[in-house]
Write a protein that binds this ligand. Structure first.
Ligand code: ATP
Ligand code: MN
Ligand code: MN
Length: 294
């Protein structure tokens, strides 16, 4: 157990009961579900020393004075320079993150033990404010179908913000350029098939009335919010894995808060992402060809 300073500090101006201590209690309950997604991966922490309202900043490098439980290991950048990046592998790391006022944990699509072999494909669906959540859900199902056609099972994550992530675990057979190219190919195919609903281009003007498919989360060095991470938004919402069946009945991406996730996990009969950690699926040469050059 780590030493917590200022345990009574409120972290959400709109939910004063959510203190640092409350965040640690959340991690203690949720760790068995969260750690398999987070452990051993390079991590970016969104630290909010003044609470979720303002002044949050990302930290992904080692700094002196890290709480016990947070670790660091070297990664070579594109210039070959090695830098120390954060990771954790047990509950004390989650507690350490809370001690640093990290409200959000973001993971890379790769593990430290195979840094050049990404294994987590994520499509970040970012709706323009005029797009309804029903439309975002439909987009997620379209991704699921397209990935299914490529032989890949996928899973839905409520981000706790505005949109959804569609996640496919992969074996580690692809290098970064092939992995990123495949992600771009899938996203571009959907955008080309239905340009009124989607854009895969970052240009702000293109997003009007559409869903932006942010496939760049699949670049080396990019991150996506970790399953079960709280969000530094107005309310203490949580990035929550849901089953495709459940998704049909959910009305908002921020439908789950800390309390609700704890209750949900305590009552859960089946894992909403059943099979996620047992899947051994890869991108076949045929699937690579299917989305090449798009
Ligand atoms: P929403 O559903 O509201 O879009 P989100 O988590 O998908 O929630 P995005 O703004 O789409 O939020 O960002 C996607 C991901 O990009 C984040 O989860 C985060 O991991 C990463 N990201 C964005 N900005 C930064 C940043 N400045 N530094 C590090 N990572 C970032
Ligand atoms: Mn998003
Ligand atoms: Mn995004």
């Amino acid at each position: 157990m780590i030493r917590l300073t200022n345990p009574d500090k409120p972290l959400y101006p709109a939910a004063l009961h959510v203190t640092k201590q409350r965040l640690v209690d959340y991690w203690r309950r949720v760790a068995p579900f969260a750690l398999p997604h987070i452990a051993g991966r390079p991590l970016s922490l969104l630290r909010c020393p003044n609470g979720a309202a303002h002044g949050c900043f990302f930290q992904r490098h080692h700094r002196r004075g890290l709480p016990a439980g947070l670790k660091a290991a070297p990664i070579a950048g594109s210039d070959g320079e090695r830098e120390e990046f954060l990771f954790l592998d047990d509950l004390s790391g989650l507690e350490g993150a809370a001690q640093m006022d990290a409200l959000e944990l973001h993971i890379w699509g790769v593990r430290f033990d195979a840094l050049e072999r990404p294994d987590r494909l994520v499509f970040d669906l970012d709706p323009d404010p005029s797009v309804t959540f029903e439309e975002v859900k439909r987009a997620a199902r379209d991704f699921r179908a397209l990935l299914e056609a490529a032989g890949l099972a996928s899973f839905a994550l409520l981000t706790g913000g505005k949109g959804l992530h569609v996640v496919a675990p992969l074996d580690d057979a692809l290098d970064w350029p092939t992995f990123t190219g495949f992600a771009r190919g899938v996203a571009s195919r959907l955008a080309a098939d239905d340009p009124a609903r989607f854009t895969a281009m970052a240009t702000k003007a293109r997003r009007h009335g559409r869903i932006y498919i942010d496939y760049r989360r699949n670049d080396r060095g990019a991150s996506a919010v970790a399953p079960f991470s709280p969000r530094a938004r107005e309310t203490p919402s949580v990035a929550t894995p849901v089953s495709w069946d459940e998704l049909g009945r959910i009305e908002r991406a921020d439908a789950y808060c800390l309390d609700k996730v704890e209750r949900r996990l305590a009552a859960l009969r089946a894992d909403p992402w059943a099979g996620y950690f047992d899947l051994r699926q890869g991108v076949s040469p045929a699937a690579l060809r299917m989305f090449a050059g798009t």
